[in-house]
Design a protein around this ligand. Structure first.
Ligand SMILES: C[S@@+](CC[C@H](N)C(=O)[O-])C[C@H]1O[C@@H](n2cnc3c(N)ncnc32)[C@H](O)[C@@H]1O
Length: 254
């Protein structure tokens, strides 16, 4: 039943050809899954973030461990994995904005690594949204113990929610996405964000790491693509894997 919903959502969101292409990945055998997990754990532990902070962010969460494989609206839930701290910092540093009035929103926040990194910038508030209750549970534990001074709990909000249903707060925004969902969900998210910005104009930026579904942002009347540090100084991103590079979009008034 679960496999059938996964395949149906995959055909709907990615198309038949891509689903056929990814079939071995979608139907991983237990042995292949164990190997993939070991590889991802080693790969994502390399930046030493978890070792330094006693957090749990490396590895992947997929299948029953993640929870839902399809949202209530029938869209594919992309499994949890994260990036290096350096990639998150490079993307945020490139914005060169005054964050002190802004809210950092990670849609598809997983275990909360970008939220923890963003907490070291002067954002007023931090919001993490994930459709997976398992991810949010780990994110709560991670955030509660992070940093020498701990993050002020009043500054962080974590929610189990489909990002397509998220209502953006009426404050300047930095929206962070790490390849969290298929294009159909991102279309809804961008439409909600644009409606919110039209109703209440304010500065907003979308930092989209490993951007697979750019069409909604590309055709937006409100957002323009901004040059990132990696665009301006390719050496700054030297050695960074392609899937850690970000596309950044900004909307005025700046
Ligand atoms: C690639 S992970 C990124 C995690 C986190 N942003 C990071 O960089 O560490 C994608 C996350 O998006 C979540 N996700 C997928 N579809 C979602 C949806 N429709 N609404 C909210 N979260 C979703 C998954 O559960 C997963 O944790």
């Amino acid at each position: 039943m679960r496999t059938l919903s996964l395949l149906t959502a995959s055909v709907r969101d990615l198309g038949l050809a891509a689903t056929a292409d990814q079939l071995p990945g979608l139907l991983l055998t237990p042995l292949a899954m164990r190997r993939l997990k070991r590889r991802k754990l080693a790969e994502l532990s390399r930046d030493g973030f978890d070792a330094a902070h006693g957090t749990d962010t490396a590895g992947i969460l997929v299948g029953r461990e993640l929870g839902p494989c399809v949202t209530r609206a029938g869209h594919l839930v992309i499994p949890y994995e994260t990036t290096s701290e350096a990639a998150i910092r490079l993307a945020l540093d490139g914005l060169g904005a005054d964050f002190s009035r802004a809210v950092f929103v990670d849609l598809g926040c997983g275990k909360g690594k970008p939220l923890m990194v963003a907490s070291t910038y002067p954002f007023r508030r931090l919001i993490g949204v994930d459709v997976s209750p398992a991810c949010i549970e780990v994110a709560r534990r991670n955030v509660a113990g992070y940093g020498p001074d701990r993050i002020d709990p009043a500054r962080v909000e974590l929610r189990v929610q489909d990002a397509a249903d998220f209502a953006f707060p009426d404050e300047p925004l930095v929206v962070y996405l790490y390849n969290p969902f298929p294009g159909a969900v991102l279309d809804r998210v961008v439409a909600n964000l644009e409606a919110s910005l039209r109703e209440s104009p304010r500065p907003a930026a979308v930092v989209y790491v490993n951007p697979h579904a750019l069409s909604a942002l590309r055709r937006s009347d409100l957002f323009e693509r901004a040059r990132t540090i990696a665009d301006r100084m390719p050496l700054a991103a030297e050695g960074m894997p392609r899937h850690e590079r970000a596309a950044v979009f900004v909307a005025g008034p700046g």
